[in-house]
Design a protein around this ligand. Structure first.
Ligand SMILES: [Zn+2]
Length: 74
């Protein structure tokens, strides 16, 4: 048995989204959302247009700052 204790599984790693100011350079929409995603290299803070899903910005986020991701090891 490789996994000797169950852990809750969710289909996606998700984080609360907050609205971000600015305009999408792709479609001109003003509905931007800022949130963190788990990707290669750890956590990234991204801003995406919620209308056309263009990536506006992406920067490395502190792994454990004020925000505690779901499923963080204790
Ligand atoms: Zn857009």
């Amino acid at each position: 048995m490789m996994h000797d204790h169950p852990r809750p599984l969710t289909s996606t790693v998700s984080a609360p989204r907050t609205s971000a100011s600015g305009r999408c350079p792709e479609c001109g929409g003003g509905t931007l959302a800022s949130y963190r995603v788990m990707s290669e290299g750890g956590w990234w803070s991204v801003i995406k247009c919620q209308e056309c899903l263009a990536s506006i910005a992406r920067e490395a986020a502190p792994m454990f700052g004020a925000f505690t991701p779901f499923g963080a090891p204790e």
